[in-house]
Design a protein around this ligand. Structure first.
Ligand SMILES: *[C@@H]1O[C@H](CO)[C@@H](O)[C@H](O)[C@H]1NC(C)=O
Ligand SMILES: *[C@@H]1O[C@H](CO)[C@@H](O)[C@H](O)[C@H]1NC(C)=O
Ligand SMILES: *[C@@H]1O[C@H](CO)[C@@H](O)[C@H](O)[C@H]1NC(C)=O
Ligand SMILES: *[C@@H]1O[C@H](CO)[C@@H](O)[C@H](O)[C@H]1NC(C)=O
Ligand SMILES: *[C@@H]1O[C@H](CO)[C@@H](O)[C@H](O)[C@H]1NC(C)=O
Ligand SMILES: *[C@@H]1O[C@H](CO)[C@@H](O)[C@H](O)[C@H]1NC(C)=O
Ligand SMILES: *[C@@H]1O[C@H](CO)[C@@H](O)[C@H](O)[C@H]1NC(C)=O
Ligand SMILES: *[C@@H]1O[C@H](CO)[C@@H](O)[C@H](O)[C@H]1NC(C)=O
Length: 907
């Protein structure tokens, strides 16, 4: 399955590439060395004339292409915003954002505007704007449809805006005292686009009297926070001249952390210092390392060296590695290849560095390993490329070449994964994970597994499973979430493998897509306690099969307990509103339509915990088992969700969070409701039988008990058959046709036999003829009834109740036909029905007492009938044989003698 997808993706890419730009043209324009077979190229055609590429932002799902109108002044652009979003998966430009908003002049001339992709479908466009003569930084939150959701004031004009996985931050440029205010905002609400500031504070540069702050910069921490670096230079104006003290540290770099969920940054700690009086120090490309060894920045030392009275500027690159504690772990020079002075050195996601530089005609690059050793791996974008960028998480470098007026050619070059062959598509520190990406899983899977490339320990972040929303702009549905320190996950004995338990309720929707989100800092390295990068959303996707026909189950009622807080809230507020809100939240979390949940509104104090209340909820039976889960499955899901409340979405909702998870969700019986109809049926049935019996006895004291009972059986039989067809068989559609066949067929056969008997009796039996003529309505009704069961005719001839209608005299031939009828009934009615009942019982889960009883009694009646019939048939056969032997000459048997023999045997 997975291989097939890869193949399809491959062919799609091939077709995209070849349909837009035939390979022939490509290789004509660029030398062979510039294009390798893994390279991906596509051409973007801008629909609006005059727009030029301004910048490109690769995000996990999109390539954001920022287009702008050029101004006469090359430092400026026209005050409009145009962004194109190319979906990485579909390869298509899905969104053309042409903002109907005129940007302020200060933002576009000179260009003082930037954008930051935020979570979900939002971007932040931030720019300089002057209000009351003061330059400020303002931001627009824009969704992918190009709607402006909100406008925010961010702070003073200079400074940085950055996002982490916990929202975005604005850090102002430090003032003269080295203080920079920061404001940390949440990501926009996925539905409303609303942004809230969740904390704010200040970074304070180290207070060193004789140093001045040259520069500061920020970088992202893996666990969602931010790091802040200060570059300080000794100020000879403030302190004593350097020459006096050779040990004086001329340059110093300090480091401060603002960790996620804290308000205070750490006190700046000294990271690096040097007595060298270099011209300048710059820091760039500060990123977390691929192998959980903290962070690495590329540090540039600009130095002037005197060579035989010739001064020459020398640029040296270093890697500066440090841990989350602020401890320096690495300071190594990164040798550069030639005398190229201006290189752009960046860290790579899977380890190593890429050095990018521009020669007279082309953008060239080469790779270095972790230690800065040159790898024999050089590349170049051919002539005509004017823009490059790296797409870090995909370990890719791409360039853009202007073709014709509105056409831009993109070329993506994947980088080799240096020295880290064990890393997977999940992340550089993950070797493998099970189930694999896009696997169709068993919904009852017990655990999932992640194998890291290094020994790990648990930390505080979470691993969560979401069900993807069909609408990608709506929130995904949280199924379960476990933090590293929840004690539910386990690390295998190899210290590399993590096992995450899966709840039964997690993958409960058929034909759905899920993904596992592993947050950074779910585990930390055993060696250094450094957080490890996780797995982003929509990478580790899993899906479930379409629903097979589920077993039907009747409505169930369950009782849950509220915790003390919930109980007092319930008692204080309107009960029906409480129930209603609870049902709404359940419906979202399970998930199931609200129509399947209801409540009788019943509640009571828990006898064992008098402060807590018990609430009763009903789960209504499914109307259609093909598209809906049965109530039994929903009950079990809800019961799992309650049991694991702390790890499921129940604990994130206002009302469901009030459930007491220490009490199980128990199934209850409403005895009155269940037994009420049963008692009625029983009483009425008993009354009818007693009345019939008394009547029969009164009219004809000689009537046989067995005949009365047989009549009762026949009536009960038809009632059971009918109620089964009307009420129950809809739950098991596959049994519908057989049930109908074996209901109709015996009726037809019985009816034909009855007609046969009537016709022949009319012709040959004068007393019968007379009886029919005396009571025509009754006799024809009897014919109809006999279609139900030919044995009715037996009743007719039995003088039951001493009534005229029951004294139809029948010939021996008719009795023989009746015997056959009964015999056939065993095979076309009773045995098939008993099989159908068995199949039904097998394919239904039932909790209600009544259906079980109906089912059981139905089965019993049929079984009983079957036994009785077989017995009677056997008896009659035997009897007939005996009689034939005994009264060989006289073949006429009186009905009374058969009955007397039978009753003798029965009693
Ligand atoms: C742009 O916005 C202005 C007001 O903000 C409105 O009058 C105008 O119709 C809008 N133009 C388009 C094309 O939406
Ligand atoms: C030194 O480098 C910083 C960037 O880190 C830059 O802003 C500053 O202008 C540079 N100073 C000199 C004298 O080049
Ligand atoms: C190095 O510093 C000198 C003197 O400050 C400056 O002129 C030169 O542009 C700098 N070189 C780089 C590559 O920053
Ligand atoms: C520096 O590069 C130029 C051409 O790019 C070359 O002419 C020169 O010899 C090189 N210098 C050294 C010291 O390698
Ligand atoms: C620039 O790089 C290209 C590709 O590597 C190479 O063919 C060309 O010779 C280089 N030009 C100079 C002036 O070094
Ligand atoms: C990463 O790059 C490869 C080609 O090198 C491409 O097939 C894949 O789709 C890219 N992944 C993402 C998330 O863009
Ligand atoms: C796993 O870690 C534990 C505790 O750090 C250590 O005692 C054990 O030897 C490690 N096991 C392996 C196979 O490295
Ligand atoms: C499964 O889902 C897909 C898309 O969500 C839908 O097209 C398909 O019909 C569904 N299959 C079944 C059997 O429900």
């Amino acid at each position: 399955m997975f291989n097939l997808k890869v193949l399809i993706t491959f062919f799609c890419l091939i077709s995209i590439v070849s349909s837009i730009s035939p390979r022939g043209t490509l290789s004509q324009n660029a030398s062979l060395q510039d294009i390798s077979p893994q390279d991906i190229s596509f051409i973007y055609e801008e629909p609006i004339d005059g727009l030029k590429l301004y910048s490109i932002f690769p995000t996990n799902d999109y390539l954001m292409i920022w287009m702008a109108f050029e101004d006469k002044n090359p430092e400026c652009m026209l005050p409009y915003f145009h962004l194109r979003l190319k979906n990485k998966r579909t390869g298509q430009i899905n969104n053309y954002i042409d903002l109907n908003y005129t940007l302020p002049a200060e933002a576009v001339c000179p260009i003082n505007i930037d954008l930051l992709p935020l979570a979900d479908n939002y971007i932040l466009l931030y720019y300089t704007k002057t209000t009351n003569g003061i330059k400020e930084k303002h931001g627009l939150i824009i969704n992918y449809s190009g709607e402006i959701m909100s406008e925010i004031y961010l702070g003073n004009a200079d400074g940085y805006v950055a996002s982490s996985n916990e929202g975005f931050i604005n850090i102002e440029k430090p003032d003269e005292k080295g203080i920079s205010a920061w404001h940390w905002y949440s990501f926009p609400n996925i539905v409303t686009g609303e942004v809230v500031e969740h904390s704010s504070g200040e970074f304070h540069a180290p207070n060193l009297l004789s140093y001045t702050l040259v520069d500061s910069l920020n970088f992202n921490l893996l666990d969602g926070g931010f790091g802040f670096l200060y570059i300080l230079k000794y100020d000879e104006m403030k302190g004593s001249p350097v020459t006096k003290d050779p040990n004086l540290q001329y340059w110093r770099i300090y480091l401060s952390f603002l960790k996620g969920k804290t308000d205070l940054p750490t006190k700046p700690s000294l990271l690096y210092q040097t007595t060298q009086k270099v011209n300048n120090i710059t820091l760039k490309s500060c990123t977390s390392t691929y192998n959980a060894e903290g962070y690495i920045c590329v540090m540039t030392l600009n130095n002037t060296i005197m060579n035989n009275n010739n001064s020459e500027t020398e640029i040296n690159y270093y890697q500066l590695g440090f841990l989350s504690t602020g401890a320096l772990v690495r300071l190594e020079i990164i040798p550069t290849l030639t005398n190229i002075t201006d290189i752009d050195l960046r860290t790579l996601y899977y380890g190593g560095f890429i050095a990018i530089y521009q020669n007279a005609t082309a953008i060239d690059f080469y790779l270095l390993d972790d230690n800065g050793n040159y790898m024999q791996s050089q590349g170049s974008f051919g002539p005509g490329f004017f823009y490059y960028n790296t797409f870090r998480v995909n370990n890719t470098i791409f360039g853009v070449k202007e073709q014709a007026k509105n056409k831009l050619e993109f070329l993506f070059k994947p980088m080799p994964k240096l020295k880290n062959n064990r890393s997977s598509e999940f992340s550089p520190v993950i070797e493998s994970a099970k189930p694999s990406i896009n696997e169709v899983i068993d919904p009852l899977i017990k655990e999932i597994m992640i194998k890291y490339t290094i020994p790990v320990k648990f930390s505080t972040a979470n691993v969560s499973i979401f069900q993807k929303n069909d609408d990608k702009y709506k929130p995904d549905l949280l199924r379960q979430t476990l933090s590293g320190d929840s004690k539910l996950c386990i690390i295998g004995s190899d210290n590399h493998t993590v096992y995450i338990p899966i709840f039964e309720s997690t993958f409960n929707q058929p034909n759905s897509t899920y993904y596992v989100l592993v947050e950074n800092n779910f585990v930390i390295s055993q060696e250094r306690d450094e957080p490890l990068v996780g797995i982003r959303k929509n990478i580790w996707t899993l899906s479930t099969k379409p629903l097979k026909m589920a077993q039907h189950s009747d409505s169930v009622t369950g009782l849950l307990r509220l915790n003390e807080e919930g109980s007092s809230k319930f008692l204080q507020m309107n009960h029906s509103i409480f129930f209603k809100n609870m049902i709404q939240e359940f419906a979202k979390v399970i998930p199931v339509t609200e129509q399947r949940l209801s409540t009788s509104g019943k509640w009571q104090y828990d006898p064992t915990f008098p402060k807590k209340v018990l609430l009763s909820f009903n789960i209504i039976e499914a109307k259609d088992d093909i598209i809906e889960s049965s109530s039994h499955i929903i009950f079990n899901d809800l019961s799992t969700l309650i049991n694991k409340k702390g790890f499921t979405a129940l604990s994130f909702n206002e009302y469901t969070s009030l459930i007491d998870e220490s009490a199980p969700f128990i199934m209850t019986r409403d005895y009155i409701k269940e037994f009420y109809p049963l008692i009625i049926i029983f009483v009425v049935g008993l009354a009818v039988i007693i009345v019939l019996y008394v009547l029969a006895r009164k009219k004809n004291p000689n009537a046989r008990n067995s005949v009365i009972l047989e009549t009762c059986y026949i009536m009960q039989d038809i009632a059971v058959d009918l109620s089964f067809i009307l009420l129950k068989v809809k739950n098991t559609p596959h049994l519908f046709i057989p049930t109908i066949i074996f209901f109709i067929l015996p009726i037809v056969i019985n009816f034909l036999l009855a007609i046969n008997i009537f016709v022949s009796e009319m012709a040959m039996n004068p007393s019968f003829n007379k009886w029919v003529k005396e009571s025509p309505t009754l006799s024809s009704m009897c014919t109809l009834f006999s279609a139900i069961d030919i044995q009715i005719l037996n009743t007719l001839s039995s003088d039951l109740f001493g009534l005229k209608i029951f004294s139809a005299p029948l010939t021996q031939r008719s009795k023989k036909i009746m015997l056959w009828g009964v015999f056939i009934s065993i095979f076309v009615e009773d045995i098939p029905q008993i099989i159908i009942q068995g199949l039904y019982y097998n394919s239904v889960i039932t909790y209600d007492l009544i259906p079980s009883l109906v089912l059981a009694s139905g089965g019993l009646v049929i079984a009983n009938k079957l036994v009785l019939r077989s017995y009677h048939t056997l008896l009659r056969w035997n009897h007939r044989r005996d009689k034939i032997r005994e009264y060989n000459r006289n073949r006429r048997l009186s009905a009374a003698s058969i009955r007397s023999i039978r009753s003798n045997v029965e009693n």
